[in-house]
Design a protein around this ligand. Structure first.
Ligand SMILES: *Cc1c(COP(=O)(O)O)cnc(C)c1O
Length: 223
């Protein structure tokens, strides 16, 4: 098996079997994705819309693409026709635009709401209060072409395992809170996307259902 395939199978073996692996291929060439594909992997994550579109053209059509980066509203239209999940919805404005473009394409797009829990000021995402407020407003219920499937977040960039665990736990508790309040009757609201190369084992202990792993599979990125 290729090295990439080997890495994927090691990561998969270390994950509880109900957790899904998004192989984060940003900045890695389409050939690397092809290699993973040939080993049977189908779910890939990209964070730049232009890079994603180029790769979509080159690669098999049954790949399940997750958009995991910050998405500008004026870029939604380029990925709306094919994207399986937009993981990092961080404003209501973006959610509305995804709904608008999904309707144009005659499809429904699955999304996750991105939370900002980490201590870094640079990360995108709703604060817990901003997220509560957005959900409480209720306007999102009228968006028939998006399906809010859960939450996504990134932990702080730190070696402090307890800090990381604390942040994942906050996210998990918040998931329970809003599941009960707004999505109790929505079986599709079930995803908790947290965990990357350095912290996915902690994430799965904190109820993650999706992990997004890049470096551990494809090696270092050349920016
Ligand atoms: C790049 C990226 C990842 C993967 O990070 P690694 O440390 O390489 O596993 C996961 N999630 C998001 C949102 C990313 O941008």
């Amino acid at each position: 098996m290729s090295e990439i395939g080997q890495n994927i199978s090691e990561v998969l073996q270390s994950l509880p079997k109900e957790v899904r692996l998004v192989a984060v291929s940003k900045y890695h060439p389409a050939e690397d994705i092809k290699e993973a594909y040939e080993c049977g992997h189908r779910i890939f994550g990209e964070s730049h819309e232009q890079e994603l579109i180029k790769k979509v053209d080159l690669l098999p059509k049954d790949i399940v693409w997750h958009f995991i980066g910050h998405l500008q509203t004026n870029k939604v239209k380029y990925i709306a026709p094919f994207i399986s999940m937009i993981e990092a919805v961080d404003t209501f404005k973006l959610l509305k635009e995804i709904n608008r473009q999904a309707e144009k394409c005659g499809r429904t797009i699955d999304v996750l709401l991105e939370l900002h829990i980490a201590e870094e000021a640079t990360k995108y995402g709703f604060s817990l209060d901003a997220c509560r407020e957005m959900l409480e407003m209720g306007e999102w219920k009228e968006l028939a072409y998006v399906r809010i499937c859960g939450l996504m977040m990134m932990a702080s960039f730190t070696d402090d395992e307890e800090q990381i665990r604390k942040e994942f736990t906050i996210a998990s508790n918040f998931f329970d809170e809003i599941k009960e309040k707004y999505f109790a009757d929505a079986p599709y609201f079930k995803e908790r996307s947290w965990g990357m190369s350095d912290d996915y084992m902690i994430a799965t202990q904190c109820n993650s259902t999706i992990v997004r792993v890049g470096t551990r599979i494809f090696g270092k990125r050349n920016y």
